[in-house]
Structure formats: structure tokens, C-alpha cells
Design a protein around this ligand. Structure first.
Ligand SMILES: Cc1cc2nc3c(=O)[nH]c(=O)nc-3n(C[C@H](O)[C@H](O)[C@H](O)COP(=O)(O)OP(=O)(O)OC[C@H]3O[C@@H](n4cnc5c(N)ncnc54)[C@H](O)[C@@H]3O)c2cc1C
Length: 487
């Protein structure tokens, strides 16, 4: 075993798993508090997690364009401070492709009527009136919830197909919680409802209808890169990339240490580093966290963790030899016979997303899939070809105009809210609550389908909790320095 150098003036050691928005926020907040030595571990070669930006042949792609919106002044101030002026406001422009028609979002009534036919619109309104009079009494699933809100007709025309495309499960098997927490992506139905019942609906205007957002000039990920730089400039902080957590050691009452290994070092001897700390903050998926515990968690907890489900995402990122493809930031693809779910036009987020924006457009096509489906295993070539074919099919871009492409796979892009997830989640959370020095935060860290700002707020709340614990407890013995060994 070798000793690793300790950090300056450390009073308490904090260990953070994941350099995504939540992990980096926790790191910065702990360092601001001034009383902590912070170690951040990230398994990827870059920071930013799901909100990172990847450059390919002078084009920049997010994992699905990440717009910055928040109702929290604290978060907005945080973003502005980090971006120092390079944070620009945009007016959202989104359309939905359905039945060979591009619907504006929020909907314009005449555009809806032209796209859907007057008869279909009338039937939708009648079906809405009907469900308001005779609502489903026991709301169990997403299907029940949406039907009660919008009527059977709108549900079956606009919600069912798109939702099942995104989630890969039937709408009557998706928990009602998800719709109640945040109906995301179901733009057409919301928009139609908005168009018909705008006055009534204004009070309940959903967040995704917010039409202004912020975006850095060279991609969402640049904000997280800057946050990471700030952390690394601090003498009391370390950030290790390409390093994954392999186990969390506990004594039944608290987490004692975390062991990490360099990614891609599975074969042969691999270097394991053991990090002791006073506090541990985790943004890694709950399922992997439970499976990493040493000694192992009780069997029923492992079973519950293994039942938590994730939806994977493949983004097919294409370079188009064309200056102007469409005015949209996003295009939602509700059409059944097209596999992709959404298209992001990176040029419209910032002209600096593409070096030669005068010649090329960067499009990001989103395909939702489970990681055990054959679709996940398609080759990059097949996926790029599929993307080209589908762009041509919806009439957006001729396949021949696609000059290059790159594929990214994200296995745990969405924590799935299936019909039983709540039971499993509560078993997992109740067990992990027995370790008071472990803070869970972020999206997969809490198994909550949320945006960057909410992930950040959960990190800030975790730091506050630890600061409160510190205030109530006199200083204890600081754990020894990190140790490194080979297996
Ligand atoms: C397609 C898509 C579009 C989105 N669009 C938006 C948007 O427009 N606006 C918005 O605000 N939000 C958006 N989001 C949500 C946003 O990405 C998340 O809310 C945010 O990234 C969550 O931050 P996090 O730190 O909790 O998790 P993550 O971003 O997932 O970061 C967790 C980090 O932990 C690392 N990690 C995991 N396991 C380990 C391990 N064992 N060891 C070490 N490191 C580990 C991961 O590599 C990752 O870097 C979108 C998400 C997706 C998938």
C-alpha cells in the first residue's frame, strides 16, 4: 500500500461520487463553506455527466440539447457567476411532427385544425368534457392521470404513441407519479389543450411551456467544465476523472470508505484506491450503489435495487451540409413509423456550436431504448444510416446532405417510473437512510426524473444537511489519508 498526499488545512473530508451537475454543485458548495477537503470521483474522462458537451469534427453536441431553466434565483445566480456573461437568453422554438404535419408549440389553433381536421378537434373537446363529468375514480397509472386531465381522445391520439416510444412500456404500466411530477415531452397534447382551454390553463402553465431559456455559447457542458476548473483551483479539492467507484465499505452504522479503480483497467492488475472520509455524497445510480456496498446489503434490498429500471438513450449526431435545416431548437417526433423521438438542432442553440455554421448544421437525433434490446447493439454505421433515412422520411433533410455522423450511448439516461418503482425505491432509500454520513442527490442518485436545476438544489440541500450535522457535533477524528493498492 502507498500513501497518497493529503490536502491542505483539511478539517473534514468529503467524498463525492460523480462530476455531473449535482456532484460539482456539492463540491463547490462544500468548498465555499470552507471547512472541507473535497474529493470528486468521475468514471468518465470528462465532467458534466448527462449535461456534458462532446465535440466531433468541429461540431458540438449535448446529450440532447440541455437548456437552462429554473425558478430558483439561487441556481440562476450560480449559473451566471460561473458563465460570467457567456450565458445567453433564447426564445424557445419547438414543433411537433405528427401525421406528416409540423404543429407549432405552443399550438396555434388554426395550425391544429389544419393538421388534425375540424372533426377530430371536436371529438377531442367532447371527450375532454366527458371525462371532466365522469373522471376515472382510482388513478393508478400515467394513462389514468392523463385521461382524467385531457380526455381519452387526446390521450390516445397524442400521448400514447410518444410516451411509449420514450419509455418503452405501456402507458397503463407507467406510474401516475411521473405525470403528476412532470409531464415532459408530451408537447402536442399540452399545446392542444393550451390552445383550446388557454384561459383556464394559464394558471397551471407547465414549466416546459416556458418560452425563454439560457444557454452557454459553446454548449451546456462548458458550464460544468468551468465549475470543475474552479474546484480544481482550490487547494482543498481533488478531482479524478476516468475513475469509477467499485465499492462502498460500511460498518452497519456509517459509510467508512470508498474504493475506486481506473476505468478500463478490469484486465490484469488494477489499481484500487481506498478513500476514507467523514461524509460521502453520491450521484451514482441507486441500483449500482446498493450493489457496491461491502458488506453486501440485505437480500431484500438488493432485490429492490435490481428492480429499479433505467431507460437508455442513443443519440445519433449528424453533420448536415446545409446552413439552415429548420428554425426549431427541438422537434418532437410523435409519428409511429419513425423510430426517433426527438431532434435537437445545435446551431439554433448557439452559432458557436458549429465552427463553420455558414456551411454545416449539427443535428442530434434521440432514440430511446432499453440496453438489453437488439436496438442498443446496432452498430454506429447502422444507426447513422437509420438517422439519415428517417430525416429524409419526415421531409427534413435529404440523406445525401448528411456528410458525417457520430453515435453516443447513455445506458442510464432516464430513471423509469414503472408501476412498482415506488415500493422498490422506498426499500432502497429506507435502507440507505441508516447511514447518516451518506447523502444521496441528483437524478439517478435519487432515482428522480429531474432537470439540472433540481439536481443542483438537491446537492445544495445535501450540503446544508451536512453543515447542520457539523454545527451540532463537535469535531471528531479526521480519517487517515487515502491508500492505494493493487488487486
Ligand atoms: C436527453 C436528456 C435531455 C435533458 N435535457 C435537459 C434540459 O434541457 N435541461 C435540464 O436542466 N436538464 C436536462 N436533462 C436532465 C439533466 O441531464 C440532469 O438533470 C442532470 O444531468 C443530473 O445531474 P446529476 O449530477 O444528478 O447526474 P448525472 O448528470 O447523471 O451525473 C452523474 C455522474 O456520476 C458519474 N458516475 C456514475 N456512476 C459512477 C461511479 N460508479 N463512479 C464514478 N462516477 C460515477 C456519471 O458518469 C456522471 O458523470 C436532460 C437529460 C437527458 C437524458
Amino acid at each position: 500500500m502507498q500513501e497518497e498526499g493529503s490536502m491542505k488545512n483539511a478539517k473534514k473530508k468529503a467524498f463525492i461520487i460523480g462530476a455531473g451537475p449535482a456532484g460539482l454543485t456539492a463540491g463547490m458548495e462544500l468548498l465555499k463553506a470552507g471547512n472541507f477537503a473535497v474529493t470528486v470521483i468521475e468514471k468518465e474522462r470528462v465532467v458534466g455527466g448527462l449535461a456534458r458537451t462532446t465535440e466531433y469534427k468541429n461540431c458540438r453536441y449535448d446529450i440532447g440539447p440541455h437548456h437552462f431553466i429554473t425558478e430558483s434565483e439561487k441556481v440562476l445566480a450560480w449559473w451566471n457567476e460561473i458563465m460570467a456573461g457567456d450565458f445567453h437568453q433564447h426564445k424557445r422554438y419547438t414543433r411537433i411532427y405528427y401525421k406528416k404535419h409540423f404543429f407549432h408549440y405552443p399550438l396555434e389553433p388554426m395550425n391544429v385544425v389544419r393538421g388534425l381536421s375540424i372533426m377530430e378537434c371536436v371529438k377531442s373537446v367532447l371527450s375532454y368534457v366527458w371525462i371532466r363529468i365522469f373522471p376515472i375514480k382510482e388513478v393508478r397509472s400515467f394513462q389514468d392521470w392523463v385521461t382524467n386531465k385531457f380526455g381519452r381522445r387526446l390521450f390516445s391520439i397524442f400521448f400514447k404513441t410518444y410516451t411509449e416510444k420514450v419509455w418503452g412500456i405501456e402507458c397503463n404500466k407507467i406510474s401516475a407519479d411521473w405525470s403528476a411530477q412532470r409531464i415532459k415531452g408530451f408537447s402536442l397534447s399540452k399545446a392542444i389543450f393550451y390552445a383550446f382551454f388557454g384561459g383556464w390553463f394559464k394558471k397551471n402553465k407547465p414549466r416546459t411551456i416556458n418560452d425563454v431559456f439560457y444557454y452557454p455559447s459553446r454548449g451546456a457542458g462548458t458550464l460544468w467544465e468551468r465549475a470543475a476548473e474552479k474546484i480544481m483551483q482550490n487547494d482543498n479539492a481533488m478531482l479524478h476523472l476516468n475513475t469509477g467507484v467499485v465499492s462502498l465499505e460500511h460498518d452497519g452504522k456509517k459509510i467508512v470508505a470508498v474504493s475506486t479503480a481506473q476505468q478500463g483497467s478490469e484486465q490484469g492488475a488494477r489499481q484500487i484506491t481506498r478513500h476514507e472520509a467523514d461524509y460521502f455524497f453520491s450521484t451514482m445510480p441507486l441500483r449500482s450503489l446498493i450493489l457496491s456496498l461491502t458488506p453486501a446489503a440485505p437480500a431484500h434490498v438488493i432485490k429492490a435495487a435490481q428492480s429499479l429500471c433505467y431507460r437508455g438513450l442513443i443519440t445519433v449526431n449528424l453533420i448536415i451540409q446545409k446552413t439552415h435545416v429548420c428554425p426549431d431548437h427541438w422537434l418532437y417526433i410523435h409519428e409511429k413509423d419513425v423510430r426517433m423521438g426527438r431532434i435537437g438542432n445545435m446551431n439554433n442553440f448557439s452559432p458557436l456550436m458549429v465552427d463553420d455554421a455558414g456551411k454545416h448544421t449539427a443535428l442530434s437525433l434521440e432514440y430511446f431504448t432499453f440496453v438489453d434490446e437488439p436496438f442498443w447493439f446496432k452498430s454506429d454505421y447502422e444507426l447513422v444510416e437509420l438517422g439519415k433515412k428517417e430525416l429524409e422520411k419526415i421531409g427534413l433533410v435529404k440523406a445525401a446532405a448528411v456528410v458525417d455522423g457520430m453515435v453516443m450511448r447513455t445506458p442510464e439516461a432516464y430513471p423509469v417510473y414503472d408501476e412498482h418503482y415506488k415500493e422498490y425505491l422506498s426499500v432502497v432509500l429506507n435502507y440507505l437512510a441508516t447511514f447518516p454520513n451518506l447523502q444521496l442527490m441528483g437524478r439517478n442518485g435519487l432515482h428522480r426524473y429531474n432537470n439540472m436545476d433540481i439536481a443542483m438544489l438537491s446537492a445544495m440541500a445535501s450540503v446544508d444537511k451536512v453543515l447542520e450535522q457539523e454545527r451540532q457535533r463537535p469535531a471528531a477524528k479526521t480519517p487517515s489519508a487515502e491508500s492505494v493498492f493493487l488487486t
